[in-house]
Write a protein that binds this ligand. Structure first.
Ligand code: 5RP
Length: 233
């Protein structure tokens, strides 16, 4: 007989699986659940498949999540078919002590913000490496209309940020919405609400990856000693 690995030996992947399973407790039976994007959410989708008979289906925030949901037999609804969702479950690249986040490492930030906005609660699932005091250590993703990219890069330079267009296979990455992503380093975002409002109104910006107006209500944080629940409301 083998004994379980000590908690401290949990890998980042196992921490993600742990919070993915823990998020099932926040899924409302008989309802449609909002589903984010990323490696942590993939663990949640796998867990969700074990209770798929208890939910009506999902609204998805990306082509990748939709494909995974479909592969596991979970019905996917268009966001326009659903007025309000009880809960949205998604990961984050950074989360601070007030539930404000940086998201978009997986380039799905715009659809993520749309589904978050139509949900009554945002449950963030993340491993403990994502918890920060001040947002900005992770390069901030911003989805832009391609013709505005260099202008937005120059606007960030005026704020002290260094921005570059994200590439995949040597060419500019194209999002699910047909747009580009710029990633901005060198920022320290001390006023996430004001920063999000300002950048979102720059011409050509589709969405900035600061989630302050759509912050998390709860964060399930995977730590070596178990899942820690952080509440922000
Ligand atoms: C995708 C996202 C993800 O939630 C974020 O990048 C975290 O991903 P992961 O769970 O793979 O660390 O915002 O656009």
């Amino acid at each position: 007989m083998t004994s379980p690995a000590p908690a401290s030996a949990l890998t980042q992947d196992e921490l993600k699986a742990q919070v993915g399973r823990a998020a099932l407790a926040h899924v409302v039976k008989g309802e449609i659940v909002g589903v984010g994007t990323g490696s942590t959410v993939n663990k949640f989708i796998d867990a969700l498949a074990t209770i798929k008979g208890d939910i009506r289906g999902a609204v998805s925030s990306s082509v990748a999540s939709t494909e995974r949901l479909h592969a596991l037999g979970i019905p996917v609804f268009d966001s326009n078919e659903v007025e309000e969702l009880a809960v949205y479950i998604d990961g984050a690249d950074e989360i601070d002590g007030r539930g404000y986040m940086i998201k978009g490492g997986g380039a799905a930030l715009t659809r993520e913000k749309i589904v978050a906005a139509q949900s009554r609660r945002f449950v963030c699932i993340a491993d403990s490496s994502k918890r920060v005091n001040t947002l900005g250590g992770f390069p901030l993703p911003v989805e832009v209309i391609p013709m505005a990219a260099q202008r937005v890069v120059r606007q960030f330079a005026r704020l002290g940020g260094m921005a570059q267009v994200r590439e995949k296979d040597g060419v500019a990455l194209v999002t699910d919405n047909g747009q580009h992503i710029i990633d901005v380093t060198g920022l320290r975002i001390t006023d996430p609400l004001g920063f999000e409002s300002e950048v979102n109104q720059w011409p050509g910006v589709v969405t900035v990856g600061v989630f302050a107006h759509q912050r998390a209500n709860v964060c399930l944080l995977g730590t070596p000693s178990g899942v820690q629940t952080l509440r922000f409301d």
